[in-house]
Design a binder for this molecule. Structure first.
Ligand code: BG6
Length: 477
């Protein structure tokens, strides 16, 4: 375990997007393994659709293959070490440890895999940053309990989290109990293993699931701090400041409301209580949460140590957004910001938005921040064994310059910067590997064909120099 307080320069991936081998070593499928590679991936799923997904023998399910990190982790981590990074965020697959989610004891083969991964990181002095749940839940828990809608799943998760924290108590310091908790409101099957039936109010189910995740997060912190008081726990949100389309106060208020809703989960994780506006909102939406009095004591007494977040783009909204041009962003659709230049990615690029977002979160939370995802997902071309991804360098440079300015000029306290998808992986929104993020290219196409060979892109050497100079290189070139 690292003991110094150096800035963490690193990369990030998740199990469901990289490991593949979805039935190896006693693992059973998770929600993510049933997502085919088509546009329905992000849509809410109802019971007939879920039944069809379970039966589907036709489509290609990209996460079942991933990038074979299950077998290539040694080679991949050696490359990360060559890159010079000092930290690496990955997630543990719940289904690899508890294949149905309800076993008493963890699957020894699953534990052995993560021991090997962490052992390899240790060998190269790379700090592990562990996400306990990254968009993944054993599908058995979806079928039996409708995922996080059920309190029972909260108990299963806490048992899983406790097992992991006990097992790696001397090896891991930074824990992220949930990836982007706010995504349960946007992509409920991925974020919460939720399947809707016709009669229910979707928001009721989503906030109920969210409540269970928040309480599970607090319980994990309570247990974790007893296991090792040095553990550091982070909230993790899909961030990105929402801009008002115009300075019309109506638009400004709409943007402010959008941000307030987006920050709901991290507010609870940092402040230890539901925000004051929730009561009115729940009433208006007909939401009645099933809770226990001890839930609120847990939330109050077990807040997070840091706030981690992903940043890909800012958002934009107006009082009447219906007639305005729209664009996709991380997990939802937003109003197209006419001030942001055209780029080669689907999501709009806004490097200054990162500085604005860092300041927004720093002002609100007064906690150390941690950028645990940022990067450019776009198509790359392998030509004569080389990938010249100048556009990725330019994206990263713009974002890093703003990050460094936020630290130096605005006094933002930041633990580190982890580039997302440091190795090409299966995209969540598209299910395609051709939406590539990495500085390491994986020779594999969208149907899983290819040698799987790893190739260093031009951005590899650029990021290596950024890390070696503690960021200075990003200010120069
Ligand atoms: C974040 C997720 O929302 O965005 C990652 O935590 C995801 O898992 C990343 O990969 C980028 O999104 P996408 O849809 O391009 O994979």
């Amino acid at each position: 375990m690292r003991t110094n307080t150096d800035f963490l320069w690193g990369g990030a991936i998740s199990a469901a997007q990289t490991e593949g081998n979805f039935l190896a070593g006693g693992r059973l499928p998770a929600n993510f393994d049933y997502l085919p590679m088509n546009d329905s991936r992000l849509k809410p799923i109802d019971e007939p659709t879920f039944a069809a997904l379970l039966e589907n023998q036709v489509d290609y399910f990209p996460s079942r293959q991933g990038i074979d990190f299950y077998h290539s982790f040694k080679e991949d981590i050696a490359l990360l070490s060559e890159l010079g990074l000092n930290s690496f965020r990955f997630s543990i697959s719940w289904s690899r440890l508890f294949p149905t989610g309800e076993e008493e004891k963890a699957n020894p083969e699953g534990l052995a895999f993560y021991e090997a991964v962490i052992g390899e990181l240790e060998k190269y002095h790379i700090e592990p940053i562990v996400t306990i749940s990254h968009f993944e839940i054993p599908v058995a828990l979806v079928k039996k309990y409708n995922g996080w809608e059920s309190r029972k799943v909260m108990e299963c998760y806490v048992h899983y989290a406790k097992t992991v924290m006990e097992h790696f108590s001397q090896k891991v310091k930074y824990w992220i109990p949930f990836n982007e908790m706010n995504m349960v409101l946007h992509i409920p099957f991925i974020g919460g293993g939720i399947v809707f039936n016709e009669e229910v109010n979707p928001l009721q189910v989503q906030y109920q699931a969210g409540h269970h995740q928040l309480v599970a997060n607090a319980k994990t912190i309570e247990i974790g701090k007893k296991i090792n008081p040095d553990f550091q726990f982070g909230a993790m949100l899909a961030a990105g400041k929402t801009y008002a389309y115009t300075c019309d106060p109506q638009d400004v208020f709409a943007a402010w409301q959008h941000d307030r809703d987006n920050l709901f989960f991290s507010d609870v994780q940092v402040f230890g209580q539901y925000p004051r506006h929730t009561k009115a909102f729940f009433q208006e939406q007909g939401i009645k949460l099933a809770t226990c009095p001890e839930d609120f004591t847990l939330l109050k007494n077990n807040t997070v140590d840091f706030v981690s977040f992903s940043y890909y783009s800012s958002a934009c909204t107006a009082k009447n957004p219906d007639n305005l041009d729209k664009v996709a962003t991380n997990g939802f659709t937003t109003v197209r910001n006419p001030y942001l230049p055209k780029s080669n990615s689907v999501w709009q690029n806004d490097p200054l938005g990162l500085r604005i977002t860092l300041n927004q979160l720093a002002d609100r939370y007064h906690k150390p921040l941690f950028i645990v995802e940022n990067g450019l997902g776009t198509q790359d071309e392998l030509v004569e064994g080389k990938v010249n991804d100048e556009y990725r360098i330019s994206y990263l440079q713009g974002h890093l310059q703003n990050m460094l300015a936020a630290m130096k000029e605005d006094g933002v306290e930041l633990i580190g910067y982890l580039m997302w998808g440091i190795i090409d992986l299966v995209s969540v929104s598209e299910g395609r590997i051709s939406k590539r993020y990495g500085v390491i290219y994986v020779d594999q196409d969208d149907q899983g064909q290819g040698s799987g060979q790893r190739v260093k892109k031009a951005s590899f050497d650029w990021y290596r120099q950024v890390i070696a100079t503690n960021g200075k290189y990003a200010l120069e070139k």
